[in-house]
Design a protein around this ligand. Structure first.
Ligand code: PLP
Length: 354
């Protein structure tokens, strides 16, 4: 039986996507060939990556607005250094909201001066810093829209003169926003878009003019842009499955509908966390993420009983990240409301047992 999959990543994808993706391995579009054995330069694959690139921009409302979408290798972690390698000429600002931001900062320091404009490290990153000052003369400001490990999400992004870069790995395509605020967005596919192995980069074309350094080809945005994301062999299958997910998002009402569903799931679970005396939320209420819901037991001695309840209910992937402990329910686009209802009923059963 299919599990209720709350895994943080790689994560659940729509069942239809799994089915169509399996078919593509056996016989891709009735071609008599598997998608795994065709040339990435073939017409069939070029149309896959081109559709994925344009659909990504379309869903974000960035079509014909001077942006390009790329599917690159190396995960979001490669973007930590690639952004800095290309664009950190003197000084860049970073908002430190957790492990992933901290890793981005570490990489950036190899290339220039890093100003940590704000940090929530003092409280184990359970909130989003708000009243921070942004110095002038930055090459860019980097932030992380959703903090997968801590369950916090930035609701309001700063208005600044410098280019705004954002790691949206764990909430891309989950909520409506004015994405034209950003000059560069990146997201590892495996959190809300596809399987591991490819990273979506959405970049404002003009930004390339700001590159001053000699950058090796594979890490050079200009090279990937000029080669239409085909400088070397792309992660063919990961791009294909991402395309299927992007189509699924479009056919199911786009980001607007995703956001409504995500909010309904989040409301249900947060309401139970706040109501049930056996649980408490980890993230500051105003910064709570609808994608990753972090919570703890108020009395750790009930851990064994609760773990047994949710495991028996067919739930997978609920353990919290080691740096936070407790539980984390990741509720990406493809997770159904029914799965959250099952989790909530486990929480209520625990309460009845006591
Ligand atoms: C998972 C994650 C990453 C790391 O992604 P990789 O693709 O494994 O490199 C970076 N940032 C955020 C916000 C993440 O959730």
């Amino acid at each position: 039986m299919k599990k209720h999959n709350f895994s943080a990543g790689p994560c659940i994808l729509p069942q239809e996507v799994f089915e169509e993706a399996s078919q593509g391995i056996l016989d891709f579009q009735n071609s008599g060939l598997s998608i795994l054995e065709i040339s990435h330069r073939s017409e069939a694959f070029v149309s896959v990556i081109e559709e994925a690139r344009s659909l990504a921009l379309q869903l974000l409302g960035l079509e014909n607005k001077g942006y390009s979408a790329l599917f690159l290798h190396g995960g979001a972690s490669t973007q930590f250094l690639m952004t800095a390698y290309n664009f950190l000429n003197k000084k860049a600002g970073y908002l430190n909201t957790g492990t992933w931001s901290s890793k981005a900062i570490k990489e950036a320091k190899l290339f220039g001066e890093v100003v940590e404009v704000g940090s929530s490290k003092d409280k184990n990153f359970n909130y989003i810093p708000k009243d921070y000052k942004i110095p002038s003369g930055l090459d860019y400001l980097h932030c992380t829209s959703n903090n997968t490990i801590y369950g916090t999400q930035i609701k309001d992004f700063p208005n600044i003169d410098a280019p705004l870069f954002c790691d949206m790995s764990s909430d891309i395509f989950s909520r409506e926003m004015d994405f034209s605020k950003f000059d560069l967005i990146y997201a590892g596919a495996q959190k809300n878009m596809g399987p591991a192995g490819t990273t979506l980069v959405v970049i404002k074309n003009d930004l390339i003019k700001k590159v001053e350094r000699e950058v090796p080809s594979m890490l050079n945005y200009k090279v990937h842009l000029e080669k239409d994301s085909m400088f070397n062999t792309p992660a063919v299958y990961a791009v294909y499955v991402s395309l299927l997910t992007l189509r699924w998002i479009k056919n199911n009402g786009g980001i607007k509908a995703m956001e409504q569903n995500n909010n309904a799931k989040a409301d249900l679970l947060y309401k139970e966390i706040d109501r049930n005396p056996l649980f408490k939320g980890f993230a500051a209420p105003e910064d709570r993420s609808p994608m990753n819901v972090t919570f703890n037991l108020t009395d750790e001695s009930r851990k064994e009983a609760f773990d047994e309840l949710w495991k028996n209910a067919g739930i997978n992937g609920l353990n919290g990240h080691r740096s936070v402990g407790g539980y984390r329910a990741s509720m990406y686009n493809a997770l159904r409301l029914e799965s959250v209802e099952v989790l909530v009923s486990c929480m209520q059963k625990l309460e009845e047992q006591n």
